[in-house]
Design a protein around this ligand. Sequence first.
Ligand code: HEC
Ligand code: HEC
Length: 421
Amino acid sequence: MRTAFAIVVLWTASFGALTAAELTPLEQAGKRLFFDDQLSSPVGQSCASCHGPEAGFSGPHSEINRQTGIYPGALKGRFGNRKPPSAAYASYSPARTYDDKDETYVGGQFWDGRGADLVEQAKGPFLNPLEMNNASAWVVVQKVQKAAYRPLLEQLFGKEVLNVDERGADKAFHKIAQAIAAYESSREVNAFSSKYDAYLANRAALTPAETRGLALFAGKANCTACHPHQKGDDGSPPLFTDFTYDNVGTPRNTVNPFFQQAAEFNPDGAKFRDLGIGAIVKQPEHHGKVKVPTLRNVAKKPDPQFVKAFLHNGVFKDLKEVVHFYNVRDVTPDAFGPPDVQENVNKDELGRLGLTDAEENDIVAFLETLSDGFSTPTAPPKPLPPQVSGGTFPAARDVLRVDRLIRHRTATLQRDDTIRR
Ligand code: HEC
Ligand code: HEC
């Protein structure tokens, strides 16, 4: 299924005038790499195997989402521990810092913020034994040397970059990652073409249910405290995340196949608890906190029967379930099972929202307006998504206005550049 889909997409990228015209050559190269399922060991898995555009660049297999929410690696029997977040809009996450005033980390890549930026992030899955499972950068480079799109990469990087032996592998691998990051930063991936975007531009009207949902989202339900919904003063579009970290009390996903992974990958076995960013910064006061995900495309699916998995461990299968959980978590705790991590659960901003069943439905109706593909934008949003330059991205504060991001950003955390994937 995936292979057939990837071929169609590659074909469109190469020959379809519309799609190709919108992408720069570097973005096109990145797209070929993103969808190439020959770059895993064994072959058969691409980035898109876990980040499919039809599912909002998140997990594209309904059955996996329904059963566990956790995706298998290229090597049979191996599994990671988390649900694939959307790779779209991730380019806006700033480098990780600590916000003294709000006492929270902000930014970084992955649920736990351990990735420095998209370029470093893109290298991870290729080498992660639980994902694409290549033994080294050199193994990946050798595969790219045989790829049909090698001439495109040579045009961009110069022939000498790919025409290397093992000693040149790291440099070539870095270029490969830059191309992927460029695609992930492209207009195609960050389309800002949802009904809500059209509504903000006065080009579409929301239905009564969606309008009520928006009012609740930004009002009584307080979702906007972490998932901001307003345009910046400069017209920058909202991202529905402030890139901060929280423990929303996510229940344990008891069927997570990671519990059964070999001790070399999961020394804790069934006792594994996901400490989120707490494990990265080694600070107990951040145990259980994960990055607030964007809600753009959270409802996007290829067909109405398609099941998506939600939250970092994929425990919920339905947006209504998520909203209901936020609403009554502390009213009927037994209904959900205990949080995976008991410490630091946010009880101030969620857990007892007092929403009626109809109000929960209205919020879901609003979330469904956040799926890209509603309209073809005529003009790019201001400002444009960040561009790749030498592996660094402008911080989100340069391109958007999120109050919690621009206030009192003093203590800069030393970056954890090690690739742990
Ligand atoms: C086997 C499934 C799988 C494959 C293959 C895979 N990913 Fe992921 N991806 C994940 C999971 C799971 C996470 C979250 C991991 C974590 O937080 O520890 C993730 C996280 C990410 C993120 C971070 C997004 C954010 O908001 O923090 C990006 C970007 C991403 N992947 C891009 C890629 C790229 C590029 C490739 C190919 C080179 C790729 N992924 C291959 C499963 C996968
Ligand atoms: C205190 C901050 C905070 C508030 C308030 C908040 N969220 Fe979240 N939201 C998060 C965090 C953090 C996650 C990820 C939690 C996890 O994966 O364990 C998340 C995850 C989600 C997800 C799942 C996304 C995905 O890709 O799996 C949805 C849907 C969601 N929130 C909707 C809402 C709605 C609707 C509201 C208002 C009723 C709301 N949130 C209020 C912080 C918040």
